[in-house]
Write a protein that binds this ligand. Structure first.
Ligand SMILES: Nc1nc2c(ncn2[C@@H]2O[C@H](COP(=O)(O)OP(=O)(O)O)[C@@H](O)[C@H]2O)c(=O)[nH]1
Ligand SMILES: [Mg+2]
Length: 360
């Protein structure tokens, strides 16, 4: 996730402990190790994969000299959402989540810099006493809530813009690490980011793709590398997640990525969850399940996974290796059929209506 956000990952530190340290999350020995590393390698940010308490953030930051950005998994996730958010509604929901999340951290959050960002006032929250900060945050929260209330009903705007572009939208989703970005990069490598209309702000994760089908029919579509599903999402982040995700609710086709190397119960659980969430938002968008990373699986495991998914989801299950490109053509052909198919059917229906005996 950090790499998605262009963090250069210098080091990964793992600690196995019986319990989480109240003061620093990791133990005192580990924090000293981190301290040295920060100095030695001029590290700018530390990301914890757990949720941190306000006290922990404060103490870690103090220990590391205050110049290092200390964030936890929830703030990292919000940064990911932020990068993907295309509508102002999603952006506002994200800011709201950020404020609510750090607000609940209590007094120490006043002293933690570089977390809440510039919008909290000149010089950041560090320059304000607790009460002033709290009042400001509260004001900002109610302002955003107000804006969100007023912008309700304008949700359709992005959808209309999408229709204006004139190309079908194919959205990639799935759990993080399933290979969405790798697939996106492979497919997008020869395509352009120009002429994306409302997606120009998302030019790093939206591309126009031209594909020639087996029977030489040209298909053009826009592919979007959207946000992924995340297990154990913090409750404060749910709304921001759903709003950002609902941007793909306007797409014409969803490619749901799964990692073929996960065990079958994990895959089944994740596909079921993801499908449920997608269907709630957009019951009519077709989904193709992409069983990815087939270059890493054994033949038996892959067969078991694909067959079991096909039993439930029919033939909208394809296998792919985003890294090697194996079976890429088959997937693109399925995409082509899914987005062109309905039009052909529609046209065929029209024709058959024209020539039906009753109309003669
Ligand atoms: N061997 C193999 N690795 C893959 C494949 N697709 C993705 N990966 C790796 O899986 C990791 C996560 O991929 P990424 O595209 O960032 O996943 P995302 O979080 O869904 O966008 C990266 O280390 C990729 O190199 C694949 O088809 N085969
Ligand atoms: Mg990604």
């Amino acid at each position: 996730m950090a790499k998605t956000l262009d963090y250069e990952v210098v080091e990964t530190i793992v600690q196995n402990r019986e319990s989480v340290d109240g003061a620093y999350c990791v133990g005192t020995g580990k924090i000293t190790e981190i301290e040295h590393l920060v100095e030695e390698k001029s590290i700018k940010a530390i990301i914890f994969t757990r949720s941190l308490s306000s006290g922990q953030v404060f103490r870690i930051q103090k220990r590391l000299g205050g110049q290092v950005k200390v964030i936890d998994r929830n703030l990292l996730i919000l940064e990911v959402f932020e990068k993907r958010a295309a509508t102002s509604e999603a952006k506002q929901q994200i800011e709201l989540a950020k404020l609510r999340y750090t607000f609940s951290w209590g007094r120490e959050s006043v002293r933690t810099r570089g977390i809440i960002g510039e919008q909290m006032g000149r010089g950041g929250p560090g320059n304000y006493p607790y009460e002033a900060y709290e009042a400001m945050a509260r004001k900002r929260i109610s302002k955003i809530e107000d804006q969100l209330r007023r912008s309700r009903g304008k949700k359709e705007i992005l959808r209309e813009n999408r229709r204006e572009i004139g190309f079908p939208i194919v959205a990639l989703t799935g759990y993080t690490q399933s290979g969405k970005t790798t697939f996106f990069n492979r497919v997008a490598s020869e395509s352009k980011s120009t002429g994306l209309g409302p997606f120009t702000t998302l030019s790093t994760c939206a591309r126009k793709v031209t594909y020639y089908s087996k029977d030489k029919i040209r298909t053009e579509f826009i592919i979007i590398d959207s946000i992924g599903f995340i297990e154990d999402l913090h409750p404060t982040l749910l709304k921001a997640f759903y709003t950002t995700l609902s941007e793909i609710a306007n797409s014409d086709l969803i490619l749901l990525f799964v990692d073929a190397n996960d065990d079958l119960p994990t895959i089944t659980r994740r596909v079921t969850m993801a499908e449920k969430i997608i269907k709630e938002k957009s019951p009519n968008i077709p989904i193709i399940i992409c069983v990815n990373k087939i270059d890493l699986t054994t033949h038996e495991h892959l067969k078991q996974v694909t067959e079991s998914l096909r039993n439930v989801y029919g033939f909208h299950v394809t296998e792919i290796s985003s890294t090697t490109g194996d079976k890429l053509d088959m997937l693109l052909e399925a995409v082509h059929e899914a987005i062109v198919g309905p039009e052909i059917e529609h046209a065929a229906r029209k024709i058959s209506r024209c020539v039906s005996p009753s109309s003669l």
